[in-house]
Design a protein around this ligand. Structure first.
Ligand code: GRF
Length: 228
């Protein structure tokens, strides 16, 4: 009789609200994905997500980055990740740019979620810029992290049609809802060993992914209270 594989130890890095971290935590707790959060780390002591994670009984750590040289912060972060036993790191609203050396040390084991259909709209204030450009389509992307900001190999995208007269807040909420679906989904696939990185190519079941996996808003189940 085969025994189920041990859950993949995962660290989640946040700077703010942490709703993606909570969606991942819920998917782990409900056994929907084969991962286990071993640490939630914030670079800000005032990140709301840290309180939320602690109230779920997750291990939390604040590594205050303000006023610290980047190399010093990253030394502390590397030590915290090592101590946690994490084998995968998910950036989830983590607002610091990590150095090339740090990123290379975690190559293939470091994910990010970004609120746009990359390569369109890297950087900040994506919803506002998408609305200003009258784009008809928007969404979110999960990708491996490389030295290029918001530029690593894409794994999955959640897509939506921008509604006419959509407010920035409403658009942001819709994108978040997609994010809460695709980020746990990708982590689940990684935990099953179905997704991997070879050089700069994403593999699914051992074959190069021709295009990022696609999820649409229609595929997304109705909002749950804790999602937003
Ligand atoms: C998300 O929109 C994510 O794509 C971006 O930062 C935001 C974090 O939101 N990187 P939350 O803290 O998970 O609610």
């Amino acid at each position: 009789m085969s025994t189920p594989a041990a859950p993949l130890p995962l660290a989640v890095l946040i700077s703010g609200r942490g709703s993606n971290m909570l969606a991942i935590a819920r998917a782990c707790a409900e056994g929907r994905i084969g991962a286990r959060i071993v640490s939630v780390i914030s670079d800000r002591s005032d990140a709301a997500g840290i309180q939320a994670a602690a109230s779920l009984g997750l291990v939390t750590q604040v590594l205050e980055a303000r006023g610290l040289p980047r190399a010093e912060f990253e030394t502390q972060l590397a030590a915290a990740l090592e101590a946690s036993g994490a084998q995968l790191v998910a950036l989830a609203g983590f607002m610091r740019i990590l150095s090339a050396a740090f990123v290379q040390g975690w190559a293939g084991r470091l994910l990010n979620i970004h609120p746009s259909l990359l390569p369109s709209y890297p950087g900040l204030q994506t919803h506002r810029r998408v609305l200003a450009a009258a784009e008809r389509e928007h969404g979110a992307s999960v990708h491996y992290v490389t030295e290029e900001l918001d530029g690593g190999p894409l794994i999955c995208q959640g897509r939506l049609r921008v509604a006419p007269e959509q407010s920035e807040a409403a658009l942001s909420a819709r994108v978040h809802r997609l994010e809460h679906r695709i980020y746990p989904m990708v982590i689940g696939l990684l935990a099953e060993g179905r997704i991997a990185l070879a050089g700069s190519t994403v593999l699914l079941d051992g074959r190069p992914l021709a295009a990022p996996l696609q999820v649409t808003e229609e595929d997304t189940p109705p909002r749950q209270a804790a999602d937003s």
